[in-house]
Design a protein around this ligand. Structure first.
Ligand code: FA5
Ligand code: MG
Length: 387
């Protein structure tokens, strides 16, 4: 493969990642229109959800089983759609307003101004509906600029489910289409949670999505906290109308597969899904849902604090991206621990960075090196003033 550095070359290099071919042009990459770092780029095509021995793949197959059994194999499955999609597919087609924050370069990875790494599997809803499908599941890797902690990672996996009803489905129920679909949706997902977990504490939260109304989130009680595992709702009529379903009603959901797998297999940190350490990978077996992960290490974390005066363009996502660019999966958590504004109106933030390897002990030298690099790049790339 051709790789170019610096220099104003216009030759794009073709890079292939697990069947995904993309033109990669280092000139374009250096423009602000492309905000995809190498740590993310190298995840394209890994497709953890298609590995039958990996917790994400095992979970996907278990959810398939639930739908096959309860819906007589009606749900058509897609798990190999390209994660590189148009802005139209990712946002416009699911009615995300033009000024919605999720469209910003701070939240989404852009390849160019019209092309993104999908930030949700909902990016495929409209197209598949337009092709005439009425029951389907879409599984895939999704990408988001986000904060750093044990339940957030910039690449994760979602499964989308869509189910379309026609008037005859709800007319005999005495309910209107929306009420019928909302009730069916909750029943379906509660059944799925029981299929996966048996007894588990869960609760529904009302929320907002541009593409559904009403909208809900399901939370599961895990390690003394409520963990959000999915978003769902009754599909906005406009989406159905555009796809030739004017008289119909539908529900849709988007599951966070890592979140569910963390609960199911007792996996304490989301970074572990990316581990190739045999002590992780060898613990899971195709088709086996009952396995509880045995932590093979509790290496000590190391905390480093860092304070700086922010500027107007400072965002926590940018900070996290810089830190991850240097420390990769050695960074476990980034937390704002102090925040104040002085009399001159200058705002100072203090962040605590937790470094910890899942696989080994880190040396003091190694951590000091990382932290030194982080300080330097935070200063130069984010234009903040270290204190
Ligand atoms: C969505 O992505 C909607 N597209 C879901 C949806 C589909 C709603 C269809 C209605 C109809 P949300 O941003 O809440 O919603 O993400 C869905 C799930 O992905 C979350 O509940 C969570 O389980 C998971 N998730 C979100 N961000 C992360 C992250 N950074 N790391 C790991 N999992 C995440
Ligand atoms: Mg509405």
């Amino acid at each position: 493969t051709l790789r170019r550095h610096k220099g104003r070359t216009t030759v794009a290099s073709l890079v292939e990642r697990g069947g995904v071919q993309i033109a990669r042009d280092d000139v374009v990459r250096d423009e602000p229109t492309n905000n995809i770092p190498d740590t993310i780029f190298t995840k394209l095509g890994m497709q953890l959800h298609r590995r039958n021995q990996h917790p994400i793949g095992i979970l996907k197959n278990a959810i398939y089983d639930y739908f096959d059994t309860n819906y007589e194999n009606k749900f058509v499955k897609f798990d190999d759609l390209c994660p590189i999609v148009s802005v139209k597919e990712n946002f416009d087609d699911v009615l995300v307003p033009p000024d919605h924050v999720s469209r910003s370069y701070n939240d989404t990875y852009y390849i160019d101004p019209q092309t993104v790494l999908r930030c949700h599997t909902s990016a495929h809803q409209a197209e598949i509906l337009s092709r005439g499908h009425r029951h389907f599941l879409v599984t895939g890797d999704v990408y988001r600029r986000d904060s750093i902690d044990s339940t957030h990672y910039p690449v994760f996996h979602q499964m989308e489910g869509v189910c379309v009803f026609s008037p005859e489905d709800w007319e005999s129920s005495g309910k209107d289409g929306t009420a019928y679909a909302a009730e069916d949706l909750k029943k379906c997902l509660e059944g799925l949670a029981r299929h996966l977990f048996g007894a588990v504490e869960m609760r529904w939260i009302d929320t907002y999505f541009p593409f559904t109304d009403p909208s809900f989130e399901l939370e599961i009680y895990f390690k003394e906290k409520w963990l959000e595992v999915l978003g769902c709702g009754v599909t906005e009529q406009e989406i159905l109308k555009r796809s030739g379903n004017s008289d119909n009603v539908a529900w849709a959901f988007g599951l966070g597969l890592e979140r569910l797998a963390m609960v199911l297999f007792d996996i304490p940190d989301i970074r572990l899904f990316w581990s190739s350490d045999e002590r992780f990978t060898s613990q899971f077996w195709e088709g086996q849902l009952g396995i509880k992960f045995k932590a093979f290490s509790k290496y000590p974390p190391c905390y480093k604090d860092m304070s700086f005066w922010i500027n107007e363009s400072f965002t926590e996502n940018n900070l996290c991206e810089v830190i991850r660019g240097i420390a990769g999966d050695l960074v476990e958590e980034v937390t704002l621990i102090d925040n104040f504004t002085n009399k001159k109106g200058m705002t100072s933030h203090c962040y605590r960075i937790a470094y910890r390897s899942m696989e080994r002990s880190l040396t003091d030298d190694e951590i000091n090196d990382l932290q030194w690099n982080v300080r330097e790049q935070v200063q130069s790339k984010l234009n903040v003033v270290l204190r």
